[in-house]
Design a protein around this ligand. Structure first.
Ligand SMILES: C[S@@+](CC[C@H](N)C(=O)[O-])C[C@H]1O[C@@H](n2cnc3c(N)ncnc32)[C@H](O)[C@@H]1O
Length: 433
């Protein structure tokens, strides 16, 4: 089911924020995503500060934090004019693509995305509305394409030219054909999809503007960049709390899953590859960031801090046990990709650096809440919540509670077949400085 998004609800975050923070507080989300927590904070007068590495976070967060600034009648005019747009038959520009997004759209959509992008760029609408329009296009791309976000990758529809051509080649060489698969019965028309999105957002904006409280003046301070490299730059003891959800250690490659959106925002092949390496290590392609982190801390005159954090990580017994267990699984041939070991090692090393920095940035008494999922590789269950808490304790946070969310995560079919089914915890860990 298509989800229209500007102000989607995250009840757990909302309740948590209401109960734990008050107007005027400074709360960090180090992995902001689409900025839901920031918006909830803003609605309660709480200032938020945060980071995300994906460029569409910047678009989404800007769109949300502008909510009181939109001129409703200007937005209504934009929707009317956009809906009435007619693309000339002769319009031949196409939306750019990279190898992994080649032939992702039906021909009309491929041209109209570019046409609409030129149209809004040349228009005289305010910058706020242009950004909102970009968000609506981003939110619509997948639904107007032959792809769907599916676990770690983009899943392709067999009506896409890329799949049709691959099957012609396969047939020629007597190879098994790619299976018939439809991502969606009807690939949406981009013009209607964007217009629907704009109308939906218009009603959200009207609601928020009519119900905004006086506190809405709180600030949202967002930086597009890596939390791992940005947090060390900040002054200590500036935060009243943290609520965040880092990428999970689940091989979920944001740069592949969001390839359509990245390409729309101007990313090319190399930009995407570089961005993949800047993600917190959560794919089997992730390489170690330790030497670039070390240089970064050196430049900040904080080498001592770097050594302190790395020393704690290296002496964490639970971490050593997990790495030894995974290495054993590798020896037994249980891992389907040996890159998992480097990913898990990088993931926890980087997360531990983030936790250490959060401790430094928190005021005394500040509460930190981290949402994460446990994972399983080669049959080995990794308790991400316990291990994170063990790192947090090393940096002298007091563990308060691990809330186990009612909804649990299943296993991949491969894990289930070979090692049996075990539900994996989704949890919120809570620590205090
Ligand atoms: C689980 S999502 C967060 C979802 C968010 N709480 C929301 O409600 O939209 C994790 C986020 O971490 C971001 N991310 C990955 N590596 C990062 C890094 N090194 N620095 C900052 N953000 C990163 C991803 O782009 C993704 O948006």
């Amino acid at each position: 089911m298509r989800q229209l998004t500007l102000f989607e609800d995250k009840i757990d975050n909302r309740e948590y924020i209401t109960q734990n923070f008050s107007a005027g507080d400074n709360v960090m989300d180090s992995f902001m995503g689409s900025g839901t927590s920031a918006l909830v904070c803003q609605m309660r007068g709480i200032n938020s500060i945060g980071y995300d590495i994906m460029p569409f976070s910047a678009v989404a967060i800007k769109a949300k934090s502008n909510v009181l600034r939109y001129d409703i009648s200007e937005l209504q005019t934009l929707i009317k004019n956009f809906s009435a747009l007619k693309m000339p038959e002769t319009y031949s520009a196409r939306t750019p693509y990279v190898t992994i997004t080649d032939s992702a759209y039906p021909e009309f959509n491929e041209r109209f995305i570019m046409f609409a992008t030129d149209w809004i760029a040349q228009s005289r609408y305010s910058d706020e509305l242009k950004n909102l329009f970009t968000l609506c296009v981003l939110n619509s791309l997948e639904w107007c394409s032959y792809t769907t976000k599916d676990g770690q990758y983009l899943r392709w529809d067999s009506r896409a030219a890329k799949v049709i051509n691959a099957n012609i080649e396969r047939k020629k060489f007597g190879r098994k054909l790619l299976p018939a698969h439809q991502c969606r019965e009807v690939v949406e028309n981009i013009q209607s999809a964007v217009a629907d999105e704009l109308n939906h957002i218009l009603s959200d904006i009207k609601f928020v503007q009519a119900n905004a409280c006086e506190n809405f003046s709180a600030t949202v301070d967002f930086t597009e960049g890596s939390a791992l490299f940005e947090l060390p730059k900040l002054e200590e003891k500036i935060l009243d709390g943290v609520i965040t959800s880092p990428p999970y250690c689940n091989r979920y490659d944001y740069t592949r899953i969001y390839a359509l959106e990245l390409v729309y925002l101007g990313y090319g092949e190399d930009d995407i590859k570089n961005l993949r390496q800047d993600l917190l290590s959560c794919t089997v392609e992730s390489k170690s960031k330790i030497s670039s982190l070390m240089k970064h801390y050196e430049r900040l005159n904080a080498s001592e801090r770097f050594c302190y954090v790395l020393g704690k990580i290296n002496s964490n017994l639970a971490f050593q046990e997990i790495m030894a267990a995974l290495t054993e699984r590798k020896t037994r041939g249980d891992l389907n990709n040996n890159g998992v070991i480097r990913m898990v090692e990088g993931y926890f090393t980087e997360l531990a650096f983030v936790y250490a920095e959060l401790y430094r940035l928190c005021k005394d008494g500040a509460i930190v809440a981290v949402v994460n999922d446990n994972v399983r590789y080669g049959g080995e269950i990794i308790s991400v919540d316990y291990l994170s808490t063990s790192f947090a304790e090393q940096f002298v946070f007091k563990p308060v509670k691990i809330y186990c969310l009612r909804q649990q995560k299943g296993n991949s079919s491969r894990q289930m077949k070979k090692f049996g089914r075990t539900a994996l915890r989704k949890s919120i860990t809570r620590w205090q400085k």
